[in-house]
Design a protein. Structure first.
Length: 79
């Protein structure tokens, strides 16, 4: 069933088809590039004033226990 009016011209249909394909390709490649860039970039390190204060051995031990609980286990979830 042909389309009425100027849309029945095969050149117009081809133009809209190429426009749709190029738009989908552009969006897909842009999203892939964005996902790849975010995966490899580490978080920005923020300086905290307490970093310059030396910790006691008990504080270092307590901090190590907290970090070990928050670090991902073998399944990738916190322990």
């Amino acid at each position: 069933m042909p389309l009425p009016g100027p849309f029945s011209d095969p050149r117009v249909i081809t133009l809209f088809g190429l426009l749709a394909v190029s738009t989908v390709t552009w969006l897909a490649l842009g999203l892939r590039a964005r996902a790849r860039d975010r995966a490899g970039v580490p978080l920005e390190r923020v300086w905290h004033p307490q970093e310059s204060v030396p910790l006691t051995p008990a504080e270092e031990h307590a901090f190590g226990q907290v970090v070990s609980r928050l670090s991902p286990g073998s399944t990738g979830r916190p322990r």
